[in-house]
Every structure is written in structure tokens, then in C-alpha cells.
Design a protein around this ligand. Structure first.
Ligand SMILES: Nc1ncnc2c1ncn2[C@@H]1O[C@H](COP(=O)(O)OP(=O)(O)O)[C@@H](O)[C@H]1O
Ligand SMILES: [Mg+2]
Length: 443
């Protein structure tokens, strides 16, 4: 292998020769080049280049990669990056692994603790990429990508940051991994961390109960000011949806109302198509997307909600696109044993306690009807559970009721024979209501 310097020099020169041969763009004459040697990716920036050059370059990316060879091997995919500046084109070339730079979470992690901030890796200029869960649209996160692109590792980076930056009384994380083939296998190193709200959840029954607990926690927190953070991390989201049908509705509620009560979602999935996942409202409430390698441009579109991102040209191994205030290519840090050794270990003082839940049959699980965004809004029949839920969440008094329930529907319901069922339902919940600070007056 050559020295790093020699390799970079040859890569940049090869690219520039390719640009000249293939699209007739010459250095100094048609553009001024600058190069940056990132952790895994070399960026060649063409400055002062005509925007008309973009399409010819895009059409010749394959051929261009042939001009970049290491030990006789052509470069992997070349991606055209997004550039904020006009007349600037960024070409991103993955370096052979031999030339990668070290990237250690310890060195980039946030120093000041006590804040809900996750440092997940570095951008192409080696600047640490931080996500502050308190920033606008940053409450919830979706991780997408094909198998082995690095979703679980990225989810671990988030969990590591939470454990590293927050004391158990400031924030907790609950981790679900119930996919039959996995069942927590990838999460063995996350046992016995006091930051966990419960032991790793790998069992279907425990998962279903915990979800119901979370559903009630959402209501309970409405009465508390500034409750501690709770991060709900789901690895293999599709499996959870398939195995526990209620999980869609519950996660959708957590997605739409969780941010206000310091509940955050971190969801990982191979599948991002709305019609396969069946949760458009949930996806609409997730402000941050992190996408690793996907198989093709259609998958990339589903993952990021826009075309031309080049997510299918990522290489895997933590090579991700962050969609949040623009689109940014990141090298995600790998969570190592040394990183894990820095986390405090000890007994978990469970936050999730099934004893303080009401009888499970009267949970308002399906209470809030879910309406798909972008589809004509349907008026769903109002069930007693819906009303109870609306009352419990204080939405009754508002003109704008939960999606899909029209005020007219409510009036009608009260005047028909369902009213009795509503009151019955509310009374059965009474014990829980008073335990949680509600005073209920039903005649
Ligand atoms: N950021 C990273 N840097 C280097 N290697 C990584 C990174 N993320 C993942 N890998 C490697 O890629 C493999 C798959 O990662 P994993 O997180 O399990 O992917 P997924 O959950 O998408 O299937 C693992 O062996 C892991 O070591
Ligand atoms: Mg995984």
C-alpha cells in the first residue's frame, strides 16, 4: 500500500483526468479544485464550475470511478454530494479501508453532561455531528437501511450517548429487539446499565405490556411538569409491528404527543415504505432520518422522502445520510468495547412497573383513530374508548379534536345509546384517574 498522501494525490489526479477525458472539464480553466480527506470519504470539491456541468458528470459517474484505482481496483461508487454554494460540485469517493482514519466516540463525545445531546459521528469535514433532542424537529429519529448497513450500531451510538451524558434520574432508555432471529442478540453489551428503564425487551409478552405502560405513561406525564427523559428505542421496527399489532397505534401516539412530555423515539427499520410499515402519521412526526446503504433508488426515495439523494451509493459500515436541516453524509462512530467500558454498570432500578397500571382490558389502546396523512380524512365511528381517551388527554375542550373525530360525531354519540357505554368505561377507569390526579365527575 502507498502512503496516505500518495493515495489521496493519485485519487484526486485520477478524478481530474477523468473529468477532462469524459466531460471536458479542466482544472484551473473550468474549475478550481479543493480536496478534503475525511474519515472514510475523500471529497473533491470543484469550485467556480458551471452548473451545466452537473448533469454530464452525473451521467458519467461509473466511468469516472474507473479513473480512480487503488492497486488496480476501481473505486466504489462515487456520489455527488449536496452543496449549499452555487457553482460548486462535490464529488465523494470512499477510500479503501486501509486509508480510513480513526474515529472514536470517546474523542468526539459531548463533554458537558446532563444534556440530551448525542454525538453520533463526523461529517465529511470531520466535524462532530450532534443531535440535540431539544432542537426543533429533533424529538424522534428513524434509522433506515439494508441489513448490515449499520443501523443497530447507530442505535447503540444513541443509547451510548444517553448512558454517557445523562444520569438515570435525568433520562432512561428502554430497548426493544423482539425480531425472532435477533431477540437482543446484538444488544448483549447493553445489559446491566442503570440508564435502562427495564431489562432489554426481547420477549413478546413483556414487549406488549411495556408498550401499554408507555401508552399510560404518556397520559400520566401530561400532569407532570418537565418529567425526566425517556427514550424508546426499537430495533427492527417492522418485526414489532408484525408481532404486536397494537404497537403501531401506541408508537404513533408516542410520536405525536411524546415530545411534549420528554418521550423520544429512536426507531430502526429495513423497510421505510409507508404502505408496508402502515404508519404514515408516525413517519410524519419523525423529524430526523438517518439512512444507511439501501439497495436501490426507490428504497432511497422511501427512506428519505426525496429523490436524488444517492443513498443507494453509500457503502455500508456506518456510511449514513442524515436528513435534518439539509442532507449530510456522516461517518457514524462504531461503538467499541472500550467505549462500553466507560459506561457505569450496576443494577437497573426499573422505571417501568406494571403494578401501577390499570386493568389491561380497559387501556385506551386503540382510542385515538389514526388517519393517514395525504388521504382524504375519514370520519371514524366514535367509540366509547375514543371519548375516554380524549377526556383523559384533555382534548375534549378543544374545538379541534383528535384527527378524524368531528365535533358533530361527538354530539351525536352523546345523544345515542352509546352514552351509557362511555360513562361505564369512564367509571371503570376511575381508580386509575384518581391515582393520577384527575378528578372525575360522571353522572
Ligand atoms: N460505524 C461503523 N463503522 C464500522 N463498522 C460498522 C459500523 N457500523 C456497523 N459496522 C459493522 O457492520 C456490521 C453490521 O452492523 P449492524 O449495526 O449490525 O447493521 P444492521 O443493524 O443495519 O444490520 C457489523 O459487523 C458492524 O461491526
Ligand atoms: Mg440490526
Amino acid at each position: 500500500m502507498k502512503s496516505t498522501k500518495a493515495h489521496l494525490y493519485e485519487t484526486a489526479n485520477g478524478l481530474m483526468k477523468g473529468l477532462s477525458d469524459l466531460v471536458d472539464l479542466r482544472q484551473g480553466y473550468h474549475y478550481q479544485p479543493t480536496a478534503y480527506n475525511g474519515v472514510k470519504v475523500l471529497t473533491l470539491t470543484l469550485n467556480n464550475v458551471s452548473s451545466r456541468a452537473l448533469r454530464p458528470i452525473a451521467n458519467n459517474l461509473r466511468e469516472l470511478s474507473m479513473y480512480v484505482t487503488t492497486e488496480g481496483e476501481a473505486a466504489e461508487d462515487i456520489r455527488i454530494g449536496r452543496s449549499q454554494k452555487k457553482h460548486t460540485i462535490k464529488l465523494e469517493i470512499v477510500k479503501p479501508q486501509f486509508y480510513w482514519k480513526q474515529l472514536d466516540l470517546r474523542h468526539i463525545a459531548h463533554r458537558s453532561t446532563g444534556t440530551p445531546v448525542a454525538t453520533i459521528g463526523v461529517d465529511l469535514q470531520d466535524k462532530p455531528a450532534r443531535i440535540d433532542f431539544d432542537e426543533p424537529d429533533a424529538s424522534h429519529i428513524l434509522l433506515i437501511g439494508q441489513t448490515r448497513c449499520g443501523k443497530t450500531n447507530t442505535a447503540k451510538v444513541f443509547a451510548w450517548n444517553i448512558a454517557h451524558n445523562l444520569k438515570p434520574e435525568q433520562g432512561r432508555v428502554v430497548i426493544f429487539d423482539i425480531a425472532p432471529a435477533k431477540k437482543g442478540r446484538d444488544w448483549g453489551d447493553f445489559k446491566r446499565l442503570p440508564v435502562l428503564a427495564a431489562d432489554l425487551i426481547v420477549d413478546t409478552e413483556v414487549a406488549a405490556k411495556t408498550l401499554k405502560w408507555l401508552d399510560f405513561e404518556l397520559l400520566r406525564r401530561g400532569k407532570i411538569s418537565d418529567p425526566p427523559r425517556l427514550f424508546v428505542l426499537v430495533d427492527e421496527l417492522k418485526a414489532l409491528f408484525d408481532i404486536i399489532p397494537d404497537s403501531r397505534a401506541i408508537l404513533t401516539r408516542l410520536g405525536s404527543q411524546g415530545a411534549g412530555v420528554n418521550i423520544h423515539l429512536i426507531l430502526a427499520t429495513q423497510v421505510a415504505q409507508v404502505n408496508t410499515l402502515g404508519c404514515s402519521e408516525l413517519l410524519g412526526n419523525v423529524g430526523i432520518r438517518l439512512c444507511g446503504k439501501v439497495t436501490d433508488a426507490n428504497k432511497a426515495y422511501a427512506a428519505l422522502g426525496e429523490g436524488g439523494t444517492g443513498a443507494e451509493q453509500l457503502m455500508g459500515l456506518g456510511d449514513f445520510l442524515l436528513k435534518w436541516n439539509g442532507l449530510h453524509r456522516l461517518a457514524i462512530a462504531k461503538v467499541t468495547d472500550q467505549n462500553m467500558a466507560l459506561l457505569p454498570r450496576g443494577e437497573i432500578n426499573p422505571l417501568i412497573n406494571f403494578d401501577d397500571m390499570p386493568d389491561s382490558e380497559i387501556l385506551p389502546t386503540e382510542a385515538k383513530p389514526i388517519i393517514n396523512r395525504g388521504q382524504p380524512s375519514q370520519v371514524l365511528p366514535v367509540e366509547p374508548e375514543h371519548l375516554a381517551y380524549l377526556m383523559a388527554t384533555g382534548m375534549m375542550g378543544q374545538k379541534k379534536l383528535a384527527s378524524g373525530i368531528k365535533a358533530a360525531g361527538l354530539a351525536e354519540t352523546f345523544s345515542n345509546e352509546r352514552a351509557g357505554r362511555v360513562i361505564g368505561y369512564l367509571k371503570r377507569m376511575n381508580k386509575w384517574w384518581s391515582a393520577n390526579g384527575y378528578s372525575l365527575n360522571v353522572e
